[in-house]
Design a protein around this ligand. Structure first.
Ligand code: GLN
Length: 471
């Protein structure tokens, strides 16, 4: 009830696209009954959870924040959603995002942008002379980051205890950093993607947003494991995650990819927190070493080619016949396809479809798509080499700076910067590694800053254990 009332009170954040009040109340009632009758309870029994609106939910509208899927009601649950429900979680609603998860701001949604709850914190308001809580007509509010900004705002505003995001190039870690949360991107293949509407199949991972590392570990331990409906999930049985309390970090080796990640655009605040964090590990006896990931500088361009190519083929299914939107034009099937897609997709999505089709043209395929695949392998090998040299985890920034005001973010020249913003996160997806954002401190303006730990493939538990110590 409290979470539901907070959802109403913070409606101005635009965190939710659909609030499933009736579903949540009914589930809560059943959960209470189980508790009173002394029945065995699920791991998440009675815990309010929100889901990004690109996960299919049976009987509940799933829009991807796009005109294309407005009104689309899936007939089945994504595997991760089903697992949450099986463990007794209460579904609070579907959260806002950049259309089809393409973006880093949660500003490109057909339902309007998501506002960062920290815009209304006392400290930030004092700094920016903002109006009191809830009065949102001023223009100083800051973005949540994205594309899982609705999920991040939902957890940050206490409307739920955990939320599912998705992470293709940083979409869970980026908003976690800007909203002061823990954001986990699991190893590729650990958690099922079945029912997650794809962006880039070879990089997508369901993500988890919570306040504390322990909470994220509980959810991850429950979601992880083989799914016959996702052939890329691992066959090994996954034990539930319980994180030991690490007391001694002196045997750990922390890698700092300083050469490639100390980019000129990195804000001085993030830079100084990054170096303080490394000092902390060192002062506790850990070995802190500078490492090099020589191919990282190609990662933004490489991601762009691979992402848009997969997008071009993924988006082919939205033809006006199978799902969601269909235009009125009926002169020909071709004309109907074209007009439907023009009306259904925003400019970002259409732009990526065009780029992707260009890279996939017969005469371009070798030079772009195949070449990018090869560069992707080199990037992934950079990480393998670092971990083979004895490094346990890498410590890096998550974002270039704390959240920026919306009006600044949407300026044309910032669109390119927003692609640069993914520099710390995208390569992780290309390599399939687990990574987590940990909130670290507040900026001078009173906005959260986070740092990222990157782990070895399928060492998610070790990664979270170290992150918990640091938290
Ligand atoms: N910002 C990146 C993009 O726009 C990553 C998005 C994501 O992780 N879903 O593609």
């Amino acid at each position: 009830q409290k979470c539901l009332s907070l959802i109403k009170k913070t409606k101005y954040l635009n965190a939710y696209i659909t609030v499933t009040e009736e579903v949540a109340l009914k589930q809560a009632e059943e959960s209470e009954k189980r508790y009173k009758n002394g029945q065995s309870l699920g791991v998440l029994d009675g815990i309010p959870i929100a889901i990004k609106d690109n996960f299919s939910t049976s009987g509940i509208e799933t829009t991807c924040a796009s005109n294309m899927l407005k009104g689309y009601v899936p007939p089945y649950n994504a595997t991760v959603v089903q697992k949450l429900l099986d463990q007794g979680a209460l579904l609070m609603g579907k959260t806002n995002l950049d259309e089809f998860a393409m973006g880093s701001g949660s500003t490109d949604s057909v339902f309007g942008p998501v506002k960062n709850p920290w815009s209304y914190s006392k400290q930030y308001r004092e700094r920016r002379r903002q109006k009191p809580h809830g009065e949102n007509e001023d223009s100083n509010w800051v973005i949540t980051g994205g594309s899982s900004g609705g999920s991040a705002a939902a957890v940050s505003a206490f409307t739920c205890f955990a939320a599912l995001g998705s992470d293709t190039g940083g979409s869970t870690r980026n908003p976690a950093a800007l909203c002061g949360l823990v954001g986990v991107k699991p190893s590729y293949g650990l958690v099922s993607r079945h029912g997650l509407i794809p962006l880039v199949n070879s990089m997508d991972a369901p993500g988890i947003l919570t306040r504390y590392v322990d909470d994220a570990a509980v959810v991850l331990g429950m979601l992880a494991g083989h799914d016959p409906k996702d052939s890329t999930t691992v066959q090994d049985p996954v034990k539930p995650f319980t994180l030991p309390s690490l007391t001694d970090v002196s045997k750990l080796c922390i890698g700092i990819p300083k050469k490639e990640y100390l980019v000129p655009e990195l804000s001085s605040e993030v830079r100084s927190l990054w170096s303080k964090a490394a000092d902390l590990f060192e002062s506790e006896g850990a070995k802190v070493v500078e490492v090099s990931l020589p191919h990282i500088s190609y990662s933004i361009v490489c991601y762009h080619v691979l992402c848009t190519s997969e997008v071009a083929s993924n988006m082919a299914r939205f033809d006006g016949l199978q799902y969601g939107h269909r235009c009125d034009i009926d002169v020909s099937t071709e004309a109907m396809y074209a007009a439907t897609r023009r009306e259904g997709f925003n400019e970002v999505v259409r732009g990526r479809i065009l780029s992707g089709n260009f890279f996939l043209l017969k005469e371009n395929y070798e030079n772009y798509f195949i070449k990018a695949q090869k560069v992707r392998r080199l990037i992934a090998n950079d990480f393998v080499n670092v971990f083979n040299s004895g490094v346990d985890v890498l410590l890096t920034p998550t974002t270039l700076s704390a959240a920026v005001p919306y009006l600044e973010f949407i300026k044309e020249d910032n669109r390119t910067r927003s692609a640069q913003d993914d520099i710390f996160t995208q390569a992780v997806n290309m390599a399939g590694l687990p990574a987590v954002n940990i909130p670290v401190a507040l900026s001078n303006q009173g906005l959260p800053i986070g740092l990222q730990f990157i782990g070895r493939a399928f060492c998610d538990q070790q990664l979270l254990t170290i992150a918990k110590w640091f938290e």
